[in-house]
Design a protein around this ligand. Structure first.
Ligand SMILES: Nc1ncnc2c1ncn2[C@@H]1O[C@H](COP(=O)(O)OP(=O)(O)OP(=O)(O)O)[C@@H](O)[C@H]1O
Length: 364
């Protein structure tokens, strides 16, 4: 496995930068997801790491060796990367064993050595016994596991995955997430996984890099990303957080702050280093689980929408003090649309970016 170092990696197509100054250190054996909406540049970044495209500027190193940039471009076949695509890219005329063994044959590995590797790789993805089948006779999930086995057989230093679950149905996706995690634990390969699905990224990756317009907005572990988004864009993209205005009325205890919103006061999490001065306005990220229906405390609101979800209901409530702002709230039961309710704020995250803007505004 290799560590991957991206230094100010930039790729322009004409005047537009598809990847714009991305710097990221990926440790050997780490599983990093590149997460972002369509067109944010994640596939382009993956292609640059693979060597399919050349850089406009910046550098890419594997274990300190320059693969791209500084006047060099190591071709894909010399980077020892395995790639798993959304489309599987299996040869239809070859059996499963021939598909998995193909890259080994290309490398001159034949006979028993090849057969052993193929058997080992198929066992790793739970496809022993499928050697003679053709891709056409497999399900989508099985085809993707063959593609994974083919990648595994090559002992790649780096595994790149481009939306590998995009063609699979919801149930199969969940079981394939387990397959990828097991694959990672077993091989300890460095993995870079491109997806626009935040749940997928958070379920599997050690760290998630959120991309927008060719840049990395934040890169951190899934728990921190969800709980402490660094900016409004990340808060909205990950976990569909609501972002609302509030006023900082007092630091409560370390790592927390007291805020006022919708005519009510609440105790929320905050980074003390970026906490806005008392009395100023800041932006607060509220997740559905931060809000609960209450009998008395909290702010007044009206149920604008209610959706039954089986084990619970998802309400959208409009605060009386800001009726245009709809906030999602989990509830144990359906509450009819139009019902007047009270909502307690149990938690929240004061966005540091917004807080940091405050001193500049005060200076103006
Ligand atoms: N070969 C190309 N020529 C011109 N523009 C390109 C080329 N490849 C990508 N782009 C542009 O670069 C931007 C980033 O594209 P990219 O495919 O990397 O995004 P993405 O995040 O992977 O999106 P998706 O999830 O839809 O695949 C887009 O605006 C795209 O139109």
């Amino acid at each position: 496995m290799s560590a991957i170092s991206l230094s100010a990696v930039t790729k322009r197509f004409g005047d537009a930068a598809a990847v714009d100054g991305v710097s990221l250190e990926i440790a050997a054996g780490e599983f990093v997801a590149l997460l972002g909406a369509s067109g944010c540049g994640k596939t382009t970044l993956l292609r640059l790491i693979a060597g399919f495209d050349t850089l406009s500027s910046g550098a890419i190193r594997f274990d300190g060796t320059v693969m791209a940039g500084e006047g060099r471009h190591v071709p894909p076949e010399d980077r020892n990367v395995g790639i798993v695509f959304q489309s599987y890219a299996l040869w239809p005329h070859m059996s499963v064993a021939e598909n998995v063994g193909y890259p080994l044959r290309v490398r001159g590995i034949r006979g028993a050595a090849k057969a052993d590797k193929v058997a080992e790789a198929l066992a790793a993805v739970d496809l022993s016994g499928f050697e003679a089948r053709r891709p056409a006779d497999l399900s989508g999930g099985q085809r993707q596991r063959v593609a994974l086995a083919r990648c595994l057989a090559m002992d790649p230093a780096v595994v790149l995955l481009d939306e590998p679950l995009a063609n699979l149905d919801v149930n199969l996706r969940a079981s394939m997430e387990d397959t990828f995690k097991e694959f990672h634990e077993r091989t300890k390969a460095t993995m870079v996984y491109v997806t626009h699905d935040q749940a997928e990224a958070m379920a599997m990756a050690d760290r998630v890099a959120v991309m927008e317009a060719g840049r990395v907005l934040q890169v951190t572990d899934p728990v921190t990303l969800y709980g402490e988004p660094a900016s409004e864009a990340v808060a909205r993209f990950v976990g569909n957080g609501s972002v609302v205005d509030c006023r900082v009325v007092g630091p409560a205890a370390s790592g927390r702050a007291h805020v006022a919103l919708f005519g009510h006061e609440a105790d929320v999490r905050a980074d003390p280093a970026t906490l806005a001065p008392l009395g100023t306005t800041a932006r607060l990220c509220l997740r559905p689980e931060h809000l609960t229906l209450s009998d008395g405390e909290g702010f007044a609101a009206r149920v604008a929408k209610a959706t039954f979800k089986g084990s619970h209901a998802l309400l959208e409530v409009a605060p009386a003090a800001a009726p245009a702002q709809l906030l999602p709230v989990w509830a144990p039961r359906l509450v009819p649309t139009g019902t007047e309710v009270r909502i307690a704020i149990r938690d929240g995250w004061l966005l540091p970016g917004a807080a940091m803007r405050v001193p500049a505004a005060r200076a103006a």
